[in-house]
Design a binder for this molecule. Sequence first.
Ligand SMILES: C[S@@+](CC[C@H](N)C(=O)[O-])C[C@H]1O[C@@H](n2cnc3c(N)ncnc32)[C@H](O)[C@@H]1O
Length: 245
Amino acid sequence: MSPLEPSGTHRPQYRLRWRGLVRVLDRAPRLKARLADLVRGLLQKVFDPGLVTTERVIEYPFVFQHVDGIAGRVLDIGCCSSGVPIALASRGFRVVGIDFNPYPYAHPNLRAVRGDAMRCPFATGSFAAVLAISVIEHIGIGHYGDPQGSAGDQAAVREIARVLRPGGLAVISVPFGRAMITDFQRIYDPSRLTDLLAPLSVVHLEHAWSTAGLWAPCSEAEAASVDWNGPARAVAMVVARKPEG
Ligand SMILES: C[S@@+](CC[C@H](N)C(=O)[O-])C[C@H]1O[C@@H](n2cnc3c(N)ncnc32)[C@H](O)[C@@H]1O
């Protein structure tokens, strides 16, 4: 067994994606470790640290902080590349993930569904919490091979409000700064974010930015000044509730 792969950890996801390669490399653990070092070294040459450290470094702790104590099912929208559903399932939460693309990890507490966040295949009021981390800005744009829809972001937030039970919690993050729309995503400014979140009741709003590759909390005005055409980045992180009654 390679030191990179303690027993019982990575098997299910390897089985789905890299089964053949992993089986071969398992027979040569030293070669496997050297290949991993080589790939890490190449990645460091290709990407500068600012690109390697993404906003997930601040968004995921925000999620874990705010789902603490949630009783009931948690839905993660746009989960396909995220470690959050498997982490929460491993921690004992009952998690459902939905993404147009397949989720690579498996866990008894996790159900991964392939579907469209603009038309969630879930009953009204069936979740205690819904997470949407860096996903709403993409919905309807079609970059990931997902269905197109001009106001896909608003449709997704309406769906979040529908599937939450009254008083249920939404934890949402989106790119923030000077408003723009590209063929990849939308960037929200304060007024567009307010419009987006209209179906929910915002109880907590934080901003964070990265000006030199490191993420840190910042004020709304600082985040709103960020121009995504340049190297700086900013996000808004929101906790909201579905209004009761
Ligand atoms: C930037 S990634 C999400 C990041 C992820 N939440 C994380 O924490 O790393 C955007 C995801 O949204 C998914 N997506 C885009 N449009 C969608 C739609 N209409 N329905 C479901 N998933 C969608 C994409 O397949 C992709 O996995």
